[in-house]
Design a protein around this ligand. Structure first.
Ligand code: FES
Length: 242
């Protein structure tokens, strides 16, 4: 066990107050995760502390936050890995704070709703089932690991400019499906990301790669979409396809 000083950003927009840091001096095991510590603080010191979590195993994506300046998941950040007895915890940037460490992810979900990140298969399922070649699988495999935690969105400098950018996660998810040979969505349905706040907005500074807790490289997907768009548009010039 070791003594830690947790400095946690508190903010309740329902009250007429400004965000402030509250300090909690707390003894915790070095092997505990930051999420364990937050739960313990909430249970033993302050039941009003608000944060989100569910799986506690880096699967649900609910516990994204900023820990000692790093955007990451609280459930996979072990206290001893921080190499500091002072732990500063803040909500994800690029989102409105709902309360304390909980943020309003509405714009993130809105972009995903627009993208429709699920399989649009052909109506008839082939008798022998679907087969995907290994090479095709390699192209999309990393994007399957995305848990929609919003870390990439909150780190993205283009999202920070507030001009309605769809964001790295939604675009990478779209690439994952348009590259999937089983997906039969029409070109016109996915080409709507061919716009200044869509696939062309990315500045390719790769902050999304740095913060992704699942080692996804969303900008690879965005580049893939750009390439695919250009190729498809050239094809259509000659074939006069819709
Ligand atoms: S609690 Fe599910 S990802 Fe952290």
């Amino acid at each position: 066990m070791a003594k830690y000083l947790f400095r946690i950003l508190r903010f309740n927009p329902a009250r007429d107050e400004k965000p402030y840091f509250q300090e909690f001096s707390y003894e915790a095991s070095e092997k505990d995760s930051v999420l364990d510590a937050l739960r313990s603080i909430r249970d033993n010191l302050d039941p009003t502390l608000a944060f989100r979590y569910s799986c506690r195993e880096a699967v649900c994506g609910a516990c994204g936050m900023v820990i000692n300046g790093q955007i990451t998941l609280a459930c996979r950040t072990i206290l001893e890995s921080l190499k500091s007895q002072v732990v500063v915890i803040e909500p994800l940037p690029n989102f409105e704070i709902q309360k304390d460490l909980m943020v309003d992810m509405t714009p993130f979900w809105k972009a995903l709703r627009e993208i429709k990140p699920f399989l649009h298969p052909q109506p008839e399922i082939p008798e022998k089932g679907y087969r995907i070649e290994e090479k095709q699988m390699e192209r999309i495999y990393q994007f399957i690991n995305c848990i929609l935690c919003g870390c990439c969105y909150s780190a993205c400098p283009v999202v920070a400019r507030g001009q309605g950018y769809l964001g790295p996660a939604a675009l990478a998810k779209l690439y994952r499906f348009v590259e999937d040979p089983r997906d039969k969505r029409s070109f016109s349905s996915w080409a709507k990301v061919d716009r200044p706040d869509g696939v062309w907005a990315c500045d390719t500074v790769f902050r999304c790669h740095e913060v992704c807790p699942k080692n996804v490289r969303p900008a690879d997907g965005i580049e893939g979409l750009r390439r695919k768009l250009v190729v498809e548009k050239i094809k259509r010039l000659f074939k006069k396809e819709p």
